[in-house]
Ligand binder design. Sequence first.
Ligand code: NAD
Ligand code: PPY
Length: 356
Amino acid sequence: MRLDKTLCWDGELTVTRHDRETGTSFIIRLDSTRLGPAAGGTRAAQYASFGEALDDAGRLAGAMTLKMAVSNLPMGGGKSVIALPAPRNEIDQGTWKRILVLHAENIDKLGGNYWTGPDVNTNSSDMDLLNDTTEFVFGRSTARGGAGSSASNTSLGVFEAMKATALHRGLGTLDGLTVLVQGLGAVGSGLAVLASQAGARLLVSDTDSERLAWARQAGHDVVEIDNVRSTPCDIFAPCAMGGVIDSAVAGELPASAVVGAANNILADDEAGDILHQRGVTYAPDFVTNAGGAFHLVGREVLGWSEETVGARTRRIGDTLAEVYSIAESEDIDTDRAARILARRRIETAGTHPPHT
Ligand code: NAD
Ligand code: PPY
């Protein structure tokens, strides 16, 4: 029997459903429950094929496992993908509500083995709606007793990662460095503000002209979408979508370091190695963007105060220092080094039964 690559995924469980009425496909992938129930957000997007959506969910779920482990959070990794029949902004409110109710039913059937949260194209109001049908939801609005948006804490974590990486790379503080932020959404805009306050010169890029208007007003220079990966900068910060650095881009990227919020920044296994060989320091995304997980899991599972969430998020720089030290001593790229650190933590933590 010849097996399709997409189906030879080595995570724990895949759940799929199709809704003929809206033309929507639903995917939930549980990569690992070794450290606790699988957790990870719900991404809503259009995909070229069902296979692509399935692959994306698998890669995103795998990144959640690594993120939780490397961050010492007592959760496993999972992710949901809602493959939409049209762009999100073209879907009317009634259809969107139906889509969320069906998704919530799927989550509920997993009985707490998977907890969702916000991701690209879903927010706290959507989490409130899911919570009408299922309890297994992080990131509801504060009015509904949830932790609310995780974006500002994610920005803080990426900012800490940027400072630690600049120091490690011998660039010093952010003062006077050129930082290129790709994607001025909830996380990227917060990061841009923090980096600018720290004295960085900002270059920014977004497909949404309204977001650029804000940046122009703040005095930041705009880079055309197609020129982002060829524009010289000290630190490149991908904060839009994943897969922005493949081997070809890695071979030419005119930056000294890459530190961003997007999940799965590297498009292939070779890209990390090529950056390493060229002396471009890559801060692994599942380490740098863990501020969102600290916020959601910290507030809603571990009972942390906002201060504790902030303090734990500021320690992302220490975790990165550990990653860079492993990379140097083993002479491997930083993505591999971070995976080693995460796996060590998974292996030493043992197996946790679901719901604990
Ligand atoms: P968002 O949707 O608020 O922002 C994304 C921004 O990127 C938007 O402004 C969009 O217009 C822009 N964009 C899309 N395609 C682009 C392109 N080709 N070039 C330039 N800009 C483009 O999302 P967000 O919450 O800010 O998250 C950003 C990234 O960080 C996502 O990949 C997300 O998975 C990841 N992330 C977010 C969190 C969180 O707490 N929000 C946590 C971890 C990881
Ligand atoms: C992410 O950090 O990529 C997420 O998907 C957000 C999240 C984090 C922890 C639990 C649920 C969702």
